[in-house]
Design a protein around this ligand. Structure first.
Ligand code: TYM
Length: 353
């Protein structure tokens, strides 16, 4: 039997999860779950970096929605670990340690930080050090690949640099991960403005910006109908403008057809036909996801059992890695009393959640 590839990835439980999250990340996790040893979490600690996300009851609900979407999309908890980032405290611990080996200049270069901090008055340091928490997520589990959308490439490259720097300074502790970024679905643009990436936060407040993974089919149809296209009357595949290119990408990402098949199907056809076909293809994939999602949201006990199991395994792996890191740094101190306190905290948490 060939060895499975260890992969890690995650989605922030913010805004409205959309078809880009599906084609850029989730659908690959699901399609490859027999080949991957997958570790997938809902990255709630990352959500704390934007103050508007931190409305406690809403954030809690969004975490469970994201867990339900992972499962509804077809992730099988028997094949992959599914959990919530904050359940495994080693994510925060390693993030701190990595902050201490990451030059500020490296973080200054991150384009997502520039985009997210622009026009904000109060930018928290968490937003600035967001990529080191992401590096911790990946490095904790010796992930070899990170299946994600195109916008995460720079963060994954930074993770490699941080891991290499740590290994050079303190001995080989971390596996160097590689980005795994697909072609057609890795960068889906907004339907209302195809010059900008489809976004969870914009999609939550702007009707017809995005295609939500669990939107009603009627809304999906309307959103696609209103999508911006090009000026010309028909599809010219090789010279498609950004609106038509985006619809072709969405179509290709959900149907998995080849470039040639897509070109043949749409070349010279009107935008009405294109939109009808995109709607049908998207709804065929997403309508069953919505049905399963609605049922899963009614079964909180099951969702909890899934993340408990996932977190237990993740915690085992993560605590081994953090011990290695502590050894490498000369800070391997522990106390039996602290272990007791840790268990007490766990008990309290399970009562309040
Ligand atoms: P997030 O929550 O913004 O997005 C989740 C995943 O969806 C992909 N994605 C897209 N793909 C195609 N088109 C789009 N318009 C689009 N928008 C988002 C993202 O690339 C991502 O794969 N920092 C990450 C979460 C994270 C993470 C990690 C990912 C935290 N730790 C470790 C991988 C590994 C983020 O904010 O993703």
């Amino acid at each position: 039997m060939t060895k499975k590839i260890r992969v890690f990835s995650g989605i922030q439980p913010t805004g409205k999860l959309h078809v880009g999250n599906y084609t850029g990340a989730l659908s690959t996790w699901v399609a490859q779950q027999d080949n991957f040893e997958g570790i997938y979490c809902v990255v709630d600690l990352h959500a704390l970096t934007i103050p508007e996300n931190v409305v406690p009851a809403k954030l809690n609900e969004k975490v469970w929605k994201a867990v339900s979407i992972y499962l509804a999309a077809g992730l099988d908890p028997k094949k992959s670990d599914i959990f919530i980032q904050s359940m495994v405290p080693e994510h925060s611990e390693l993030a701190w340690i990595l902050n201490c080996v990451t030059p500020m200049g490296w973080l200054n270069r991150m384009t997502q930080f520039k985009a997210k901090s622009a026009n904000r008055e109060n930018v928290g340091t968490g937003l600035f050090t967001y990529p080191t928490l992401m590096a911790a997520d990946i490095l904790l589990y010796d992930a070899e690949k990170v299946p994600a959308g195109d916008d995460q490439k720079q963060h994954i490259e930074l993770t490699r640099d941080i891991a290499e720097r740590f290994n050079t300074m303190f001995g080989k502790v971390f596996t160097i991960p590689e980005p795994m970024i697909g072609k057609a679905g890795a960068r889906i643009m907004g339907l209302d403005d195809p010059s900008k990436k489809m976004s969870k936060s914009v999609g939550e407040v702007t009707l017809y910006h995005s295609i939500g993974i669990v939107d009603e089919p009627d809304l999906i149809a309307k959103s696609i109908k209103k999508a911006k296209t090009d000026l010309g009357p028909v599809v010219v595949y090789d010279a498609a403008g950004e609106g038509v290119r985006n619809l072709l990408n969405i179509y290709q990402a959900v149907t998995k057809e080849t470039d040639d098949q897509v070109k043949e199907k749409f070349e010279g056809k009107g935008y009405g036909f294109l939109k009808k076909e995109v709607t049908e293809a998207v709804c065929e994939v997403l309508a069953p996801v919505r049905q399963r999602y609605l049922a899963l949201m009614e079964d909180r006990a099951y969702l909890k059992s899934v993340v408990n199991k996932g977190a237990e395994h993740a915690h085992l792996l993560a605590s081994k890695k953090v011990s290695q890191v502590r050894d490498a740094l000369g800070i391997s101190f522990s106390s039996p009393n602290l272990e007791k306190a840790f268990f007490l905290r766990k008990e309290l948490l399970s009562k309040t959640r």
